[in-house]
Design a protein around this ligand. Structure first.
Ligand SMILES: C[S@@+](CC[C@H](N)C(=O)[O-])C[C@H]1O[C@@H](n2cnc3c(N)ncnc32)[C@H](O)[C@@H]1O
Length: 385
């Protein structure tokens, strides 16, 4: 189930070999304006999106059945080797996907602190723990950044699932946290969704911008690529209501299929949509932010932005390259800020990027757990002083 730390760098493939082509080196840590790091920009835009989302929708996304499949608690708890008597902290616990099963596994002995910056979620988790008689679970509201709550504690396990990208400065956060991880036996687990270009049903109930897509009408390159019954279903659901699980699953399949279609990039580039700012605008936004990605697009697509490979990409590297390009081109349908996020995610949220940051903050990669579909799972311990 585990593999060696040496192989971890290999996991940098999370964003595909393409990431290496696109971003051969780290970007400048500090953006040109305002002195904010790129990672900080991503964290800020994500946190902003979260605040704007109703708590019901946030809970719905966190508890989506896809995540039940991707994050089976028994597998995760086994890898974490949770034992009664331990002190555990689940940072960014959300609705308790991991802290509730951890609390049950403690079997009345030990403690699990479930922290979150979202003061709407903390009482939800508190109530759930009380309803299930889990007195070992303590839900704690913390401030973004390093909250003094973590200071002067000794955690046997630190767990962080899908939170890394919210930290404005992960290196500073983990460096400050380091003294609170028990030396020797203490383990810090980072679970993070793959940054490969792909779609999950959960992508369609949150930030998916249906209104501008539907407004494009039948000529839309995206709508044209959907099966007619799916298009009709999409049109039937009022745009201010969340899509249901069946529609979300069907959309994920349809969009996933589109990722293999290199002509979609050209179609999107030529499809002018002033309302959404599609057309070439996404290319401009990349150009402003990421010249390496722009250069890569020019290598793979000719100057009229047409795919210049064979009718279908042949090699694995070509397929990955096309998926990344299509995914980037589709990103304005999901969020204004996505092109920037992709840039940062490709570097920072690849396992290799996480490992690099953790090493800089004084941790050692202990092992990588290979048991989860759709998620990387890295276990760290404190590096010797
Ligand atoms: C994507 S959710 C993941 C929740 C849970 N870990 C799970 O996997 O179901 C990220 C959570 O981290 C919280 N969060 C963001 N920044 C945080 C920080 N600095 N400290 C603690 N929680 C944070 C958010 O409010 C959100 O509830």
């Amino acid at each position: 189930m585990k593999r060696s730390a040496g192989a971890a760098a290999f996991l940098g493939l999370a964003f595909g070999a393409v990431a290496g082509l696109l971003w051969p080196t780290d970007p400048p840590a500090v953006a040109r304006s305002g002195g904010v790091t790129r990672f900080g920009q991503v964290a800020r835009s994500l946190s902003q999106e979260e605040r704007e989302r109703s708590v019901e929708r946030k809970i719905g996304a966190l508890e989506h059945p896809v995540r039940d499949r991707q994050l089976p608690p028994d597998v995760i708890l086994r890898a974490l080797d949770i034992q009664p008597g331990m002190t555990v902290v689940d940072i960014g616990a959300g609705t308790g996907r991991l802290s509730l099963p951890i609390a049950r596994a403690l079997n009345g002995r030990g403690r699990v602190f479930a922290t979150d910056v979202d003061d709407r979620l903390v009482p939800v988790l508190r109530d759930r723990a009380a309803a299930q008689g889990l007195e070992v679970l303590q839900a704690v509201h913390v401030q973004p950044g390093f909250d003094p709550f973590y200071r002067d504690k000794q955690f046997d396990r630190v767990v962080m699932c899908s939170v890394f990208e919210y930290l404005q400065s992960p290196s500073a956060f983990f460096e400050a946290l380091r003294p609170s991880l028990r030396p020797g036996s203490g383990r810090l687990a980072i679970l993070q969704g793959h940054t490969r270009a792909r779609y999950f049903p959960t992508d369609f109930d949150g930030t998916f911008r249906r209104a501008p897509l539907l407004a494009q009408g039948d000529g839309s390159p995206v709508l044209r690529r959907m099966p007619p019954n799916l298009r009709a279903h999409l049109r039937r659901v009022p745009v201010d209501l969340p899509v249901d699980a069946t529609l979300a699953a069907d959309l994920a399949v349809a969009f996933e299929r589109m990722l293999a279609d290199p002509l979609l990039v050209s179609d999107l580039l030529w499809h002018d949509d002033p309302a959404l700012g599609l057309g070439r605008t996404w290319l401009r936004s990349i150009a402003a932010d990421d010249r390496a990605l722009l250069a890569w697009i020019h290598v793979h697509f000719d100057d009229t932005h047409l795919w210049q490979g064979p009718s279908q990409p042949q090699t694995q590297a070509e397929r990955e390259a096309v998926r990344t390009a299509v995914w980037t081109a589709l990103s304005p349908y999901f969020s204004d800020t996505l092109p920037r996020e992709i840039f940062a995610r490709g570097i920072y949220l690849s396992p290799a990027g996480i490992v690099r940051r953790m090493q800089a903050a004084g941790y050692r990669l202990d092992s990588t757990v290979q048991a989860l579909e759709g998620h990387d799972f890295l276990l760290f311990s404190r590096a010797a002083n």
